[in-house]
Design a protein around this ligand. Structure first.
Ligand SMILES: Cc1cn([C@H]2C[C@H](O)[C@@H](COP(=O)(O)OP(=O)(O)O[C@H]3O[C@H](C)C(=O)[C@H](O)[C@H]3O)O2)c(=O)[nH]c1=O
Length: 191
């Protein structure tokens, strides 16, 4: 079982592409193999699998994070449709603090985005009926759950759509700007 690891604009965020074995029936792929990931230097103890369906194109879920002590690393893949997956570095003192990287994940390309703890995560659906399946390295902890506006000018993500067209949950529509977090928007500093 081979996996391809590609870099992104953020050193710790990686694109992972597992092998697909095609035949007349379709294909088979080990979508996650702990030993293969560990051999590549990513031995993450994932404990929760998430699966979401977004019915409409231009749906944006995010930008979300869980603060310590329940920060989550994520391994995100697309089970149906196409999406633009985005990670934003919000680690205290990071040289790439506030920087983002965006990658198209689709059922067809089989690519996955590995997002470590300390990053915001969000995605834009590029088609209707997008299923996103992702592993998390800690359990859901609502008290540690946070959201930053997808169109925060301090981050400046280019989603490629008119922000007014975004389909948002009430939570995401009401999300804060980084500058408005009660302490300097740091993560992992515990200040
Ligand atoms: C995240 C989560 C949610 N829920 C419940 C809470 C709500 O009743 C319902 C929908 O939650 P929410 O609107 O937060 O779902 P998303 O907007 O898809 O949030 C996710 O979207 C971005 C892209 C992420 O990376 C996070 O995993 C997560 O924040 O599922 C759970 O029971 N367990 C969970 O782990």
């Amino acid at each position: 079982m081979a996996i391809r690891i590609d870099p992104t604009a953020l050193a710790e965020v990686k694109l992972i592409t597992p092998d697909r074995f095609g035949d007349a029936r379709g294909f088979f792929s080990e979508s996650w193999n702990r030993a293969a990931m560990a051999a590549a230097g990513f031995d993450i103890d994932f404990v929760q699998d998430n699966h979401s369906l977004s019915a409409k194109k231009n749906t944006i879920r995010g930008l979300h994070f869980q603060a310590p002590p329940h920060a989550q690393a994520k391994l995100v893949r697309c089970g149906r449709g196409r999406l633009l997956d985005v990670a934003v570095d919000i680690r205290k003192g990071s040289p790439t603090f506030g920087h983002w990287t965006a990658h198209e994940l689709s059922f067809e390309n089989g690519r996955q985005l590995l997002i470590p703890e300390g990053f915001l995560h969000g995605f834009l659906t590029l088609t209707d009926e997008v299923e996103v399946i992702y592993k998390c390295s800690d359990y859901y902890a609502p008290d540690c759950d946070g959201a930053v506006r997808f169109d925060d000018p301090m981050i400046g993500i280019d989603w490629g759509i008119d922000p007014g067209l975004a389909v948002l949950s009430a939570k995401d529509a009401a999300a804060q700007l980084m500058r408005d977090f009660d302490s300097p928007f740091v993560y992992g500093g515990g200040e």
